[in-house]
Design a protein around this ligand. Structure first.
Ligand code: DC
Length: 230
């Protein structure tokens, strides 16, 4: 039923998937600005569920506890500065979602099938808000498999660790590039090996390796590609 509803809609989705720190956020945000579409960070929803679990003292390894948690978690979505944002338990979550304690706990949360079904439903509902540029791990493979605009962004593990370390400088100061590399590696391994919607390349996705590319080059490539298909 949800597919009928979605397929009847004229709003479109650009799916930008890839591993942690491959440049998805910056690229997706700029592509959204260039197209005048709404930017969506799907990972922030998994992070928000992890944030609520930690706040409410819920065991992120327990599927029963996560099922109860997802049933009672209800973010309120709104559009702000070209992006879909949300409020959870009265708080507009932002920087707190990037803390290392969330990084450490989000993968088991994101691996849980009940949590994934709930987040996927929220992501589908966002299509009512407008055309979307959505970044994540499973947007082209599982959330919007019928999208005609799918990109898989990648970069070498060393380059990804360097970028994420630079990004984190004002949030966490005590991690080395090596620590960040290990943390990314741990999460990517769990994200790629989980049973439900693992990180993988959609058959019809365009792969972009940004290791040697600057952001502007990647954005231009994606925007031109999307315009060519519209
Ligand atoms: O992109 P990120 O680092 O903020 O993602 C946080 C976690 O959520 C990470 O473990 C991957 C997972 N995730 C996912 O499984 N599916 C998505 N569409 C987006 C993120």
């Amino acid at each position: 039923m949800i597919w009928e509803r979605l397929q009847n809609m004229t709003n479109k989705v650009v799916a930008i998937d890839g591993p942690s720190a491959s440049g998805k956020s910056t690229v997706a945000r700029r592509v959204a600005d260039a197209l005048g579409w709404l930017y969506v960070d799907s990972g922030s929803l998994y992070r928000a569920v992890a944030w609520k679990a930690l706040k409410d003292g819920i065991d992120v390894q327990s599927s029963e506890a996560l099922a109860d948690l997802s049933a009672t978690t209800a973010p309120e979505f709104f559009v702000c500065e070209g992006a879909v944002r949300f409020r959870l338990d009265g708080v507009v979550l932002d920087r707190e979602l990037r803390a290392e304690r969330i990084n450490r706990n989000v993968s088991p949360v994101a691996a849980d099938p009940t949590v994934r079904a709930r987040v996927t439903q929220w992501l589908h509902d966002m299509l009512l808000l407008g055309n979307l540029v959505m970044e994540g791990r499973d947007i082209g493979t599982a959330v919007f498999p019928a999208s005609r605009h799918k990109f898989y962004l990648d970069a070498s593990p060393e380059e990804r660790a360097r970028r994420r370390h630079a990004e984190m400088a004002d949030v966490e100061t005590d991690m080395s590039v090596g620590d960040v590399h290990a943390s990314l590696n741990r999460r990517d391994t769990i994200d790629s090996r989980r049973m439900t919607a693992p990180l993988s390349v959609a058959d019809d996705a365009t792969i972009v390796d940004s290791t040697q590319m600057d952001i502007a080059g990647v954005v231009e490539f994606v925007v031109e590609h999307v315009k060519g298909v519209l």
